[in-house]
Design a protein around this ligand. Structure first.
Ligand code: ADP
Length: 226
């Protein structure tokens, strides 16, 4: 029997409900890779750690010498272009790790049939994250959307200040940009029951319909091993 993996990028503006959709898809049998968690892990890699210190200084380290993500976030959101500086360091490392995960999942001795793999990632349209050579990265995209005021209310409910939530939204791509790359859109303006029904439909499509888009162009600069 052949073992194939169908890799889907899942993104959405902060507060839209991306993580909730990822959880609902996992409950239905998808394998979810938390790309943002990999992003946190790679900060501990020696080469990433050294490059972050060289770029942002010792002020972003905690008392133990580890990267303090809060201090780093303050630096990154303080001025234009600093997020790109961080991503130039972290994204190649995240893609390498992602490639390793996907290669393991594609192991033909693991299981048979098609495995649905969801890359849960806040940043998708803005960068090369999750686009890997040789068709191993995502080949289609799910976008979770919700109205701005609903997203803000959810984030404030989650304990974020309006200022912090607004700054993070401003640093992300807008809905139009996300929609432009979407193969599937989940609108999450309703309650959790409505969302679950939407995710049922989505899961059905992702496990039965053919892949909706072809291979995405792979920019040279995200080649693992860079
Ligand atoms: P994201 O990952 O896109 O930032 P989350 O999935 O973490 O967003 O959702 C943000 C907050 O909104 C969470 O506290 C979540 O439980 C809540 N939430 C998400 N979707 C709904 C919904 N349809 N109804 C009510 N609360 C929701």
């Amino acid at each position: 029997m052949t073992h194939r993996i169908r890799v889907v990028g899942l993104c959405g503006g902060i507060g839209a409900g991306k993580s909730t959709v990822a959880t609902l898809l996992a409950e239905r049998g998808a394998t979810v890779i938390d790309v943002d968690a990999i992003g946190r892990q790679v900060l501990a890699d020696d080469d990433v750690h050294a490059a972050v210190v060289a770029e942002f200084g010792n002020g972003v380290l905690d008392a133990d010498g580890a990267v303090d993500r809060k201090a780093l976030a303050i630096e990154v959101f303080a001025s234009e272009g600093r997020l790109a500086d961080l991503e130039a360091i972290s994204h190649p490392a995240i893609n390498r790790e992602l490639d390793r995960h996907l290669t393991q999942l594609a192991d033909p001795t693991e299981s048979a049939g098609t495995l649905l793999v969801i890359l849960d990632m806040a940043v998708l349209v803005e960068s090369d994250l999750g686009r890997l050579p040789n068709g191993r990265g995502y080949r289609e995209v799910v976008v979770v959307e919700a109205d701005l005021e609903i997203r803000l209310a959810r984030l404030v409910d989650r304990g974020m200040t309006v200022e912090d939530a607004s700054a993070r939204m401003a640093a992300q791509a807008d809905d139009a940009k996300r929609r432009a790359v979407a193969d599937h859109v989940v609108v999450n303006n309703g309650d959790e029951v409505e969302l679950a029904a939407e995710v049922d439909r989505l899961f059905q499509q992702l496990t039965s319909d053919p892949v909706t888009s072809g291979a995405r162009p792979v920019p040279d600069r995200c080649t693992p091993g860079d």
